[in-house]
Design a protein around this ligand. Sequence first.
Ligand code: ADP
Ligand code: MG
Length: 323
Amino acid sequence: MPGIKNKVAVVALGGNSITKKGQRGTVYEQFANTRATVKVVCELLRRGYRLVLTHGNGPQVGDSLIQAEAAREQVPMQPLGVIGAATQGSIGYMIQQILQNHLMQMGFDMPVATVLTQVVVDKYDPAMLEPTKPIGARFYSREEAEKLMAEEDWILKEDAGRGWRRVVPSPYPLEIVELDTIQALLEKGTIVIACGGGGIPVFIEHDGSYEGVDAVIDKDLASGLLAKSIDADILLMLTAVDKVALNFTSGTPQWIDSMTVHEAKQYMREGHFPAGSMGTKIQAAMDYLLGVRRKQTRKAIITDHMHLLDAIEGNAGTTISFQ
Ligand code: ADP
Ligand code: MG
């Protein structure tokens, strides 16, 4: 196989790679969007990278929640962890098959596998006490919200006058349960899809057993942890913008070609990267670059799929490096 020796790339597919704003999110749309991204990502194989792909699942979980609520009287509600696991399977299936078909076209004979991934979080993570991450697309009236809080053990919060929304905690990812499996597959030359939707959050109980929890993990933070844990050479985060900006929402954003971890920290402090969107990508880049071995040689890149190949040459996107 072409030059595959030791370089490993973790590629995080942003929401936009699978479902685009303004689309309904049909399976056909999802396949078409994913195909466009996967095609470019596969070119990394020719450039000597082994691949681990991660992906978000926000819109898919949102859709599943709408289905579950509509059928509440007919079938029992599933806990969020189970819904997350289901989306790892369905989105994994889609990416896996698209990869297999594209590899065949490229004439590459390479196995592909989706690894159902659990990610350990801390029961006492401050985020567990303060759920902030809205999930599902629905807004409820106060009466509906009170009923759901009583009957389903949910937490709903009033959202800036638009109604009530379900919120869940978004704790920090600490450890990837299936790490050894992911590593073993990679070493065998398998393309791995892992940490879908940030992974299924689990606690470790006193006796060492795992227990699911109603929460979500940011997929970029999980990807940063994964990249650090498998000692990846590069972390690529694909999203809807081709570069990171300072003063993004001002009329005159300044697009950043490259920054160090130190500069990123400073910009973060100055409020350029909002929590929950660009902030978590920058945090993921910092976690990876500060935690990985041989940090001086590693980089994290944020860009869109159209600019990915130029970005790894340093000619597009935003590159974050240790120094
Ligand atoms: P993803 O699904 O890829 O994780 P997010 O919406 O979570 O997407 O985060 C990426 C989005 O963050 C961009 O599409 C952009 O709209 C927004 N964003 C916020 N601040 C910035 C910034 N400083 N520079 C670039 N994009 C930003
Ligand atoms: Mg995001």
